[in-house]
Design a binder for this molecule. Structure first.
Ligand code: HEM
Length: 441
């Protein structure tokens, strides 16, 4: 890990304290006083997935919002959509021109923060008018058409990965398949040369917890070091792509312009980082969660074997029932209302994507996993409004190819004991999922 001199080290410590340690302490204290938002945070820290369920159920009884000490939390589908689409609610929790001492301290600490998925100019924390210009350029490159062009290659990667696995002995399907499929696709999207792949994958794995809240100091330092290394690598890589563009999506993004204006280097790097993080932290979970759900449900697998046109819908049903992202938050930038509830400027709102996906007002019999559910696509696992996931088409395509290829080839796949969920709090999935692909009768 790079050694920092005293001032940058103090800044890093302040960034960690304000971004992780303080929220963790406050929420833990609130939990002790019975605050449901705090209790939810504590439950997400437990590896016991079931601990969260009763809290989500309780939150759901507070429609449209549960008013907690630090945030208004919603599991109501309509309210979650409305808060994510509200023009007066932004996703950047670090005000650029905050007047309070705390805000000034935060701004000071962010001066030399490495570029990451949650630091500007990441699309995730940029707001209009910058967001509008920048997102338009990026979405042109990640269009549904562009993604469909990657389908054949994704299929080939899935086939090659399965070819390498011994189908008769137990194997961890997360490390051998679910994680390798999206990261290989992403390496191609980013035009990463073969010789650099291992390094880039290492940065990605180390930086992955950057999307989480409340991480420990040592982990925070590891994340920041990996983000800096990735940044250095990207500087070189972008220079190479400018000189010798390839047919990858990042080369197209380098060249993309709107009214003669393209993306800045910081915007390009930030987008590349977000794309990498999404592969490590989200699509891998879609695949793992989907395998666990389908392997445990013979009836649903039978339906898919009889009607393979149901696969795209099955992927949305997996996303609805076990979403890779638990929640997201917004802070109001001026006084506003959300589904009729007044939200003064500075209100923090949390949209529980996993809760809104099981709102009985939208999904009849919400606990049932049903690959033929008519409105499975109405989940909010990809968020809503202007920050709606830019990689949704890519993730759906990878989910479909990844799950269909596996279950068509190994319809009797069996999950073995020893599954371990990941320790990340906001991102949900399996760290390990032992399976036997072709169990002997
Ligand atoms: C199953 C997989 C995925 C899930 C569940 C997912 C989920 C999400 C969610 C919930 C958001 C919005 C967060 C918010 O509103 O605060 C988001 C934004 C985003 N996602 Fe994904 N994502 C996935 C895969 C991907 C992939 C593969 C890419 C790569 C292209 C990607 C790129 C992005 C980008 C660039 C944004 C920011 C969009 C903006 O702020 O305008 N995602 N994603």
């Amino acid at each position: 890990m790079t050694q920092l001199s005293p001032v940058p080290l103090t800044r890093a410590a302040v960034r960690w304290s304000l971004g992780h340690a303080l929220p963790r302490t406050l929420l833990q204290r609130a939990a002790k006083q019975g605050d449901l938002h705090g209790r939810m945070f504590v439950a997400t820290q437990s590896s016991d997935l079931a601990a969260l369920e009763p809290i989500l159920d309780e939150l759901r009884t507070h429609r449209p919002f549960y008013k907690g000490k630090y945030a208004s939390v919603s599991a109501d589908n309509a309210a979650v959509r409305a808060l994510l689409s509200n023009a007066e609610a932004g996703s950047n929790f670090v005000p650029a021109d905050g007047a309070s001492r705390l805000a000034r301290l935060q701004t000071w600490s962010m001066q030399d923060a490495p570029l990451g998925p949650l630091t500007p100019p990441s699309l995730l924390v940029t707001e209009p008018p910058d967001h509008t210009r920048y997102r338009k350029l990026v979405s042109r490159v990640f269009s549904v058409r562009a993604v469909e062009k990657l389908r054949g290659r994704t299929q080939q990667i899935a086939d090659d990965l399965l070819e390498k696995i011994d189908p008769t002995s137990p194997v961890d399907i997360v490390s051998t398949y679910c994680s390798l499929l999206p990261v290989t696709v992403i390496a191609e999207i980013l035009g990463v040369p073969e010789k650099d792949r291992e390094n880039v994958l290492r940065f990605g794995a180390a930086a992955a917890p950057s999307l989480d809240l409340g991480i420990a100091w040592r982990e925070f330092r590891r994340v920041e070091a990996a983000l800096r290394e990735f940044d250095e690598w990207l500087t070189q890589h972008l220079a190479t792509l400018r000189r010798h563009p390839g047919d990858d999506l990042l080369s197209q993004l380098v060249a993309a312009q709107e009214g003669g204006v393209g993306l800045t280097d910081a915007e390009l790097k930030s987008t590349a980082g977000l794309v990498l993080a999404a592969g490590f932290e989200t699509t891998v979970n879609l695949l793992g969660n989907g395998i666990a759900l389908l392997a445990g449900d013979h009836e649903q697998r039978k339906q898919l074997a009889e009607r393979d046109d149901l696969w795209p819908n099955a992927v949305d049903e997996v996303l609805r029932v076990d979403p890779p992202v638990l929640l997201t938050g917004r802070v109001t930038t001026s006084d506003t209302e959300v589904v009729g509830v007044p939200m003064p400027s500075g209100s923090v709102m949390v949209g529980l994507l996993a809760g809104a996906n099981r709102d009985p007002l939208v999904f009849p019999d919400p606990e049932k996993f049903d690959v033929a559910r008519e409105n499975a696509r109405d989940h909010v696992s990809f968020s809503a409004g202007r920050h709606y996931c830019l990689g949704a088409a890519l993730a759906r395509m990878e989910g479909e190819v990844g799950l269909r290829t596996l279950f068509e080839r190994y319809p009797d796949l069996r999950v073995e004991p020893g599954a371990v969920r990941r320790s990340t709090r906001i991102l949900r999935g399996y760290e390990q999922l032992p399976v036997t692909l072709n169990p002997q009768p």
